[in-house]
Ligand binder design. Structure first.
Ligand SMILES: [Mg+2]
Length: 245
């Protein structure tokens, strides 16, 4: 698909919509049977330079994909686990508290799923897509004006969290640590929240890969979750033909 992959790459992977297809509810996604082994083998082949970068909490990913050795950033970069140690940023903001109260009330009055993701709150409308305009109107009128709040526009979900963290910053943090340091980063993701990471890797001699359609800063594109799986298998096969770096 693009220039040759090698053992001097670092691989960053979003989870939902990239490694697994979406489901009606976040906990209902189905992890492809080949995925844990594939990720473990990539982790070994790249000498540990593989990380997951998700909007889910780390606990939520762990419940679906039991790979505690693989570095992970959760909550759009608000928490991260590396070498078995988990750290997170402090979420203390009156604007955040106010936003959560307002969104919870909106969710209750419109029968929408409102999810506490530990480091963000998410309003899901996948089961009520006709409410998208109403949700966005509510956010524009009551939430976007709160100074310390970041509204994240995802695929059939809107999240709020305090400003100051994003997936680009999560990638940058990993890239300061061995074995990531000095490698060429590859980031694969499907959603608007991945755009911060795309921009970071573009500016740091990496390769950005968008899954699916839509406007993007990414340099390359894969169409489906299945295509990502095949791409990673091809990547692993290519690594197997190269000397370890
Ligand atoms: Mg995603």
């Amino acid at each position: 698909m693009f220039a040759s992959l090698c053992t001097s790459n670092a691989l960053f992977l979003d989870f939902d919509g990239t490694l697994v297809d979406f489901a009606d509810r976040p906990e209902a996604v189905v992890v492809p049977s080949h995925l844990p082994t594939l990720l473990s083998e990539l982790f070994t082949a790249l000498n540990g330079a593989v990380a997951l970068v998700s909007g889910r909490s780390i606990d939520s990913v762990d419940a679906l994909l039991d790979l505690p050795l693989i570095p992970i950033a959760g909550g759009h970069g608000a928490e991260w686990r590396f070498n078995g140690t988990t750290q997170s940023v402090e979420l203390s903001s009156s604007d955040f508290s106010n936003a959560v109260v307002l969104m919870a009330a909106f969710a209750a009055s419109h029968d929408l799923l409102f999810e506490n993701k530990s480091h963000s709150f998410a309003l899901h409308f996948r089961q009520h897509p006709q409410l998208k305009t109403k949700v966005d109107q509510f956010l524009a009128e009551q939430i976007e004006s709160l100074p310390d709040i970041r509204v994240i526009y995802g695929n059939c979900v809107r999240e709020v969290q305090p400003r100051g963290m994003d997936k680009g910053k999560a990638v940058a943090r990993f890239m300061q640590l061995p074995p990531f340091t000095g490698r060429r980063p590859i980031y694969i993701g499907d959603d608007t929240t991945d755009e911060d990471a795309f921009q970071w890797v573009n500016a740091n001699h990496g390769w950005s890969v968008k899954v699916g359609g839509g406007m993007t800063a990414a340099q390359h594109r894969l169409n489906t979750v299945a295509d990502v799986g095949q791409y990673l298998k091809d990547f692993l096969a290519e690594l197997g033909n190269q000397p370890r770096g």
